[in-house]
Design a protein around this ligand. Structure first.
Ligand code: 6BB
Length: 620
């Protein structure tokens, strides 16, 4: 099947939010539930030696489920492409957040640091080392919580995390000395070093070890020599020193970070590292609720839910029973020990293992069921915090009133549905990818040639057409479905209707203002965001002209679309090294001109320096 068609069965696809060496990430929306998602798109042909990396990432993410690890919801593999459907994190990268604020206070840093420790402790507990920790790989979700991404370089040593690794990978500035020196190393110890560099970046707004010359950088790292700026507290200096110990055996461990005095300060409690959303966790109350509302047996409901889930329950059976034991790999604790160290683990165990069944305790749970029933009626968006996404979707499908088709549209959370996948389709959410086996190492060589910029193919074009705004989507539905009956509803995904729909969309796409944004003769009015630089000027054209005159000086190529400048830098060999956007906008209050900046590709710190340079030289 053609690539985009399979994806578009389930998701609407919106604009690109970023691109890495071999992937493009677009915003998406799950059609049935209206849930926003991030879609990582990889062209198989272009993956080449990176294909094993993708396989590693998919395997790892499939087996991880944690409140601070980005969830992988769905994988679609077609003849030409791999799509990874991932949790949506509208706050973007922690990196951009740091540079927008210059640096974070110790208090704010601690909030984030505890989440990073929690994520890493969990990842290590599952036998993985991340090996590419940096603020670009931590995204901020809608609740301002961090989610760890990019497991393409992670490793799961066969004998456990205590076993040594050899592959040197990750970003040089965050790499531990033992890694740089090509020594055998322990993955978790190397991760702690990177977390030290990350902690420094949070508290200071720049890197502890930095140099344009790689050899000088390596020397600084292997010596472990960095300067502590005057604003760091004695506690922060001590913790950074403990984390960035050149000798990994002298380095603080994750176990010690969980209840380190700096980590605990102001909290009084250790970091909670265990997953509050373990894999295969099925809310038994909801199963009961679903089976009652749909008048099908609990067993069938459970089977349906299991088929919908991406992961096997069995995979996680022992994972839940593992706890930290100092520097040793994770070992199971007795229930008593577990209760002592992770109090809510007991609660979770109660919920998961001895959850009430209708046979056991249906009446006593009446009130909780009522609560769930109310939640169910409110649709899946309201059950957000308690249930994994596929279950919410299923509950929605099963609980929605069986109204006539004409009314059904109004009951959907997402009114922009074009095709209505059947229940069979929803079971496909568990699609698994069988990426070809690939040998070789997962080492990221910084000097390695990156795949060339992808020429946008026809399928991609087709997706761009569908990348319309919600307003447009609604309009196209209204036009197309104005007098639709049940039988035409069935044909909606059909050829004739599909092409008619696409034709309409094309017309609407051409006519709607947002597509003409590039041609606008006035700057956009926006609210203050953290990726916005304020100017002291009131004339947007003047600001635009100042920037335009500076870009050639800084060797930045650009394409102008109204008040947006799509900028690129290239290496001597014509490789695009960086891509970003600068948009001159008007701020609401105070009424001043501002510049919105967005990095699309390239090294974050180089981008930071370049954009700072452009904006300060423009004397805006
Ligand atoms: C992801 C995401 C998830 O993005 C370029 C690379 C999830 C991205 C997101 C966002 C901004 C706004 C809205 C959503 C898993 N892997 C990679 C992901 C990578 C890009 C992040 C931005 N910079 N939500 N979002 F980042």
């Amino acid at each position: 099947m053609d690539s985009a068609a399979e994806l578009l069965k389930y998701y609407e696809v919106y604009e690109t939010i970023g691109s890495g060496g071999f992937a493009k990430v677009k915003l998406g929306r799950h059609i049935l539930t209206g849930e926003k998602v991030a879609i990582k798109i990889m062209e198989k042909k272009e993956l080449g030696e990176d294909l094993p990396r993708v396989k590693v990432e998919i395997e790892a993410m499939k087996s991880l489920s944690h409140q601070h690890v980005c969830r992988l919801y769905h994988v679609i593999e077609t003849n030409t492409k791999i799509y990874m459907i991932l949790e949506y994190c509208p706050g973007g990268e922690l990196f951009d957040y740091i540079i927008a604020k210059d640096r974070l206070s110790e208090e704010e840093t601690r909030v984030f640091f505890r989440q990073i420790v929690s994520a890493l402790a969990y990842v290590h507990s599952q036998g993985y080392a991340h090996r590419d920790l940096k603020p670009e790989n931590l995204l901020i979700d809608e609740d301002h919580n961090l989610k760890l991404i990019d497991f393409g370089l992670c490793a799961k040593p066969k004998g456990g995390l205590g076993y040594e690794l050899m592959t040197c990978c990750g970003s040089p500035a965050y790499a531990a000395p033992e890694l740089i020196q090509g020594k055998a190393y322990i993955g978790s110890e190397a991760d702690v070093w990177s977390m030290g560099v990350l902690l420094f970046a949070l508290l200071c707004g720049y890197l502890p070890f930095d140099d344009d010359n790689c050899m000088v950088l390596y020397r600084k790292i292997t010596r472990g020599s960095y300067n502590n700026p005057h604003w760091l507290s004695p506690g922060s200096i001590l913790l950074l020193n403990q984390m960035m110990q050149v000798d990994p055996k002298h380095r603080v461990t994750i176990r010690q970070l969980l209840d380190h005095p700096w980590t605990m300060s102001g909290y009084g409690t250790p970091v909670e590292w265990y997953s509050t959303q373990p894999l295969g966790y099925i809310d038994e109350d909801c199963i009961t609720e679903m089976s009652v509302s749909q008048k099908i047996s609990r067993q069938s409901t459970l089977q349906l839910v299991n088929e919908t889930l991406l992961f096997d329950d069995d995979d996680d059976d022992d994972a839940e029973d593992r706890c930290y034991d100092d520097d040793l790999p994770w070992v199971p604790l007795t229930p008593q020990q577990e209760r002592a160290t992770c109090p809510s683990a007991e609660k979770r165990r109660d919920q998961t293992k001895h959850a009430p069944t209708p046979e056991r305790e249906p009446i006593a749970l009446h009130h909780r069921h009522q609560e769930r029933r109310d939640r169910c009626r409110n649709g899946p968006m309201k059950t957000k915090r308690t249930l994994p996404w596929p279950i919410r979707m299923l509950i929605y499908l099963l609980c929605r009133p069986r109204s006539p088709v004409a009314n059904r549209k109004a009951t959907r959370p997402n009114k922009r549905v074009l095709t209505t996948p059947t229940h069979n389709n929803t079971n496909k959410v568990g699609n698994k990818v069988d990426t070809p086996q690939g040998g070789g190492s997962t080492c990221k060589d910084p000097s390695r040639k990156r795949p060339r910029e992808r020429v946008e193919g026809k399928e991609e074009e087709e997706m761009e057409i569908l990348a319309f705004s919600p307003e447009r989507r609604s309009r196209s539905l209204d036009l197309a479905g104005a007098s639709r009956g049940d039988s035409s509803q069935k044909r909606r995904g059909g050829k004739v209707f599909g092409s008619l729909e696409r034709g309409l969309d094309k017309v609407i796409t051409l006519l709607t203002p947002s597509k003409r944004r590039g041609l606008r003769d006035r700057p956009r009015r926006i609210k203050a965001q953290y990726n916005v630089t304020l100017t002291s000027q009131t004339n947007p054209d003047q600001v635009l002209n100042q920037i335009l005159s500076i870009l050639p000086e800084k060797h930045v190529d650009f394409a102008q679309k109204g008040y947006t400048l799509k900028c690129r830098t290239q290496s001597d060999f014509g490789k695009v090294t960086m891509a970003f956007e600068l948009e001159v906008c008007l701020l609401h209050r105070p009424e001043v001109v501002c510049v919105r900046r967005q990095r699309l590709k390239g090294d974050s710190w180089v981008y930071k320096h370049l954009v700072e340079d452009i904006l300060s030289t423009s004397s805006i």
